[in-house]
Design a protein around this ligand. Structure first.
Ligand SMILES: Nc1ncnc2c1ncn2[C@@H]1O[C@H](COP(=O)(O)OP(=O)(O)OP(=O)(O)O)[C@@H](O)[C@H]1O
Ligand SMILES: [Mg+2]
Length: 356
């Protein structure tokens, strides 16, 4: 597979602030990549560096095999789609779409034809005569995407394009963007702080924190085998539970410390006795039983039912989210048994957070 975008040892400094630290990233042609991480981790900086809107301090950046360091944005042949849409308010949808072609000298009739074709793909055909103020948020976002598509760029760069939309429209638009990506066989880099968006849309997810790439890979690989506690806690909703624990004398038992609740789990390998471990367990891997019938008992603090699933939060420190899939008669104050199977545990070094 051809590599469309390649970064090697990329660093970005804003004065004394080190915003991107030794970024290595290869994006194959046609892939949908999501950059995800908490606010301020450097996602937009990385995307803007690809677009040429930021100049990288050191390292190599190639697009379609060509060295791009120092190449101005308009010569990079990539298209950015922003959260703010950045439409021209005084131009109709059609004029917004044809503008970039017209300034490149494309004849009027040909530009109109291109606009009609793109509008047909993005469901805007009936809106070509409207002004941006006469459109809904979702329609504006479609215009912004269409304006990128009409240029046939080497890559689409999205910076949180859906964050201005309400929850239902966001879910709809993420499918639409992914379907469009598949139809156009495009290479897309998509910035979001929403891990569900990243997981559901992307072929390849890049998790960033404080300017570094913590982990990258296929969405489910990150989910199944997070390399550290940060990635483990970031990917997945509700978030993974983390329980402090100490390895017992036999090296195979973990004594869990949940405040007033103590539990023992057995692991299928040998660890150093006395070692402090953080045990990670996803809510969906914790089952519920009658008191006395599980690995240990916990008091129930909160029961949240979403209809199909009930999330039961135990009154422990740190709090433990136990999931009962299906309807539940459990109430706050009840004691319930917790079922944890040892093959679903994620173990992290207590001090470094690195997967053990
Ligand atoms: N022009 C600038 N000058 C100085 N620091 C900057 C500049 N632009 C960004 N930064 C800093 O670089 C870091 C990364 O910013 P960036 O915009 O890439 O974050 P982000 O991951 O996109 O966050 P968000 O999710 O909030 O959009 C932040 O700490 C930010 O304050
Ligand atoms: Mg940003």
């Amino acid at each position: 597979m051809t590599i469309q975008i390649e970064l090697r040892g990329v660093n970005k400094h804003y004065g004394s602030f080190h915003a991107l630290k030794d970024i290595d990233l290869s994006i194959a042609e046609g892939t949908f990549v999501a950059l995800v991480g908490p606010s301020g981790c450097g996602k937009s900086t990385l995307l803007r560096s690809l677009a040429g809107l930021e100049k990288i301090s050191t390292g190599d950046l190639k697009i379609a095999g060509q060295q791009m360091n120092g190449v101005p944005p308009r010569k990079r042949d990539v298209a950015m789609v922003f959260q703010s849409y950045a439409l021209y308010p005084h131009m109709t949808v059609e004029e917004n779409l044809t503008y970039s072609l017209r300034i490149r000298g494309v004849a009027k009739a040909q530009a109109k034809k291109a606009a009609a074709e793109v509008a047909a793909t993005t469901g805007l055909s009936h809106l070509l005569g409207r002004y941006p103020r006469e459109l809904s948020g979702g329609q504006r976002q479609r215009v912004a995407m269409s304006r990128a598509i009409i240029r046939h760029p080497k890559a689409f760069l999205f910076d949180e394009p859906l964050s201005n939309l309400d929850a239902a429209l966001r879910v709809h638009m993420r499918k639409e963007i992914r379907a469009l990506h598949d139809r156009l066989h495009a290479t897309s880099v998509y910035v979001t702080h929403d891990q569900i968006e990243a997981m559901t849309m992307a072929d390849h997810v890049v998790v960033m924190r404080d300017g570094i790439i913590e982990q990258q890979g296929k969405p489910l690989d990150l989910y199944d085998a997070p390399v550290n506690k940060f990635v483990a806690g970031f990917i997945g909703s509700p978030a993974m539970n983390f329980i402090p624990a100490m390895v017992g004398d036999d090296g195979k038992t973990l004594a869990l410390d949940l405040g007033t609740v103590r539990g023992i789990l057995t692991v299928d390998r040998t660890l150093q006795p006395g070692r402090k471990i953080t045990v990670g367990i996803r809510p969906e891997h914790i089952g519920i039983a009658e008191a006395g019938q599980g690995s240990f008992d916990v008091p129930v603090a909160v029961v949240e039912s979403t209809g199909f699933t009930a999330f039961i939060t135990a009154a422990t420190t740190p709090e433990l989210i136990v999931v009962e899939t299906g309807r539940s008669t459990v109430r706050p104050g009840d004691m319930v048994g917790v079922r944890i199977s040892s093959d679903q545990l994620h173990l992290f070094d207590d001090a470094t957070g690195v997967r053990v």
